[in-house]
Write a new protein. Structure first.
Length: 499
């Protein structure tokens, strides 16, 4: 929400657009609020306005040939998707006089879950269908076809979690849709997305393209918007996540645990110091055994490529939680998601990476993932800790401009995202060399920075960012860490085939 308040390159903010196209027209024409109605815009897509818009009767526009940023990707009207990716799904005559829509919501009875009954799911495994399924509302003890509904109080606050799985909306024949609830009893609305991630491993950012990123970010954004304090989803109810961390982790490990629990699933954890690894069991055999106890796994290992190697021996989804100085794909995903949330777009920006770029797996993955966008990369590091040639060659092959600095202040004026990483003392031949070449971000460092710039850090922070920066609205690193939960919720749900 921070970036809502900022002007982006002198153009309108989303708050400005909302005021002009929603708030003011509603007030002027005295229009009631329409529940579950919104327009989803892809701020990163560039397109050229054609001679005649596809759905325009005039088939002419004075803006023909103009290149613009952002396009409408989805329109949801009263809970139903009526337009998506250039295709109109609503039948003629779907429109109504919104003033005739009754505002009070009828009481809703909770249907008790029968013992032994199949546990309902939020989405079926089917891909997106062209026609929206009809819904059936459970009202007054009767189930009848009707328009989508959004009751303001489905469940009392004292029973909402226990009864979450019992509130059901029926879709097309054979489908069941479980509505999870938030802390205030509101149903949590999530989008259906078409993707090919079900039961896949996540090992490298090279697996992703812009379309897949958009799908992951769409689901993550919905989790972020709808996950109220105390809220719980039932998407992964009955599913088990197995975590295998062969080196220390705080944020990655705990965010995966939090993500699975918030989805309604459970977690089992391998502690290497208490496992049969001490008896000489191989990592491969350990992973093979763990997969028999869970439905999906996340693994971190100090040896580059070890997670990918282990994936060859399992048939359950395996997520790379970091492999030495190799890659950290889920960190890169949450980093790009954070940039979108904070700035509003990833295109047309300059990202400056600072610190130990040679050994930092987070910057290796992020640099590769950012090549899917129109960006400029700047690297600031001591000579002995510069970005590996393997990474810079890959970035260059994608046509991305790169600049190298040893002086941080020289890179600041053009920076939109300052991505800081930790420099470890053991990387230097002497304490004097460390003091000479390490970087410290202070309020004085940001004097020449853009007012809309953000500061990011994969954490943990040692002394590379002054605590005085924490109060600066441009400090995004703690919000960045929180975003890890929503990204990992999205990944777990999609890999398990739950959305």
């Amino acid at each position: 929400k921070q970036w809502y308040q900022r002007r982006v390159r002198g153009r309108l903010t989303l708050e400005d657009i909302t005021t002009r196209l929603h708030t003011n027209p509603r007030r002027i024409f005295n229009l009631p609020e329409q529940a579950n109605t919104f327009i989803e815009v892809d701020l990163e897509e560039r397109w050229t306005i054609p001679q005649g818009m596809r759905f325009s009767k005039a088939q002419w526009t004075p803006f023909e040939g103009m290149e613009v940023q952002g396009s409408v990707s989805r329109v949801v009207l009263r809970g139903s998707t009526v337009y998506i990716d250039g295709k109109v799904l609503a039948e003629p005559g779907y429109g109504i006089n919104v003033r005739d829509v009754p505002q009070p919501v009828p009481p809703v009875d909770v249907v008790p879950e029968q013992e032994g009954a199949e546990r309902p799911r939020l989405f079926s495994n089917d891909s997106f269908s062209e026609a929206e399924p009809k819904t059936a509302a459970v009202v007054g003890g009767m189930v009848g076809a009707g328009p989508p509904f959004s009751p303001s109080k489905l469940l009392s606050s004292s029973s909402n979690v226990a009864a979450a799985a019992a509130v059901v909306v029926a879709g097309s024949p054979g489908e069941k849709v479980a509505l999870s609830v938030g802390g205030d009893g509101e149903p949590l609305q999530l989008p259906t997305v078409r993707h090919n991630l079900t039961r896949k491993h996540i090992l490298s950012v090279s697996q992703f393209d812009r379309k897949i990123l958009h799908q992951i970010f769409t689901v993550a954004n919905q989790f972020k918007r709808n996950l109220y304090p105390g809220g719980i989803h039932t998407l992964a109810s009955g599913c088990v996540l197995g975590t295998m961390f062969f080196e220390p982790s705080t944020r990655t490990h705990l965010s995966f645990v939090s993500a699975m629990q918030r989805l309604g699933g459970t977690v089992i954890q391998l502690s290497p110091s208490e496992s049969s690894l001490l008896k000489g069991e191989s990592v491969e055999d350990t992973v093979r055994n763990i997969q028999g106890y869970c439905d999906i796994m996340v693994m971190r290992h100090p040896e580059p490529g070890k997670v990918k190697e282990s994936a060859r021996f399992v048939n359950k989804p395996l997520i790379n939680g970091g492999d030495g100085v190799g890659e950290h794909p889920t960190q890169a995903l949450l980093d790009v998601f954070t940039i979108r949330e904070e700035i509003g777009t990833v295109n047309g920006i300059t990202v400056t990476m600072v610190g130990d770029l040679k050994h930092g797996r987070t910057v290796h993955s992020l640099a590769r993932l950012l090549t899917l966008y129109n960006v400029r990369l700047q690297y600031v590091s001591p000579v002995e800790l510069q970005m590996p040639e393997e990474v810079t060659k890959y970035v260059s092959s994608k046509g991305i401009k790169q600049d190298v600095f040893t002086d941080l202040l020289g890179a600041m004026p053009t920076t939109d995202v300052l991505y800081v990483t930790r420099i470890q003392k053991e990387r230097f031949p002497s304490p004097e060399a460390y003091e000479k070449d390490s970087y410290l971000i202070t309020p004085e460092t940001l004097i020449k920075a853009k007012s809309g710039m953000i500061v990011m850090h994969p954490l943990p922070r040692v002394n590379e960012i002054s605590v005085e920066i924490d109060a600066d609205p441009r400090a995004a690193y703690f919000r960045q860490a929180e975003n890890g939960v929503y990204i990992r919720m999205a990944l777990l749900a999609m890999l398990l085939g739950k959305c």
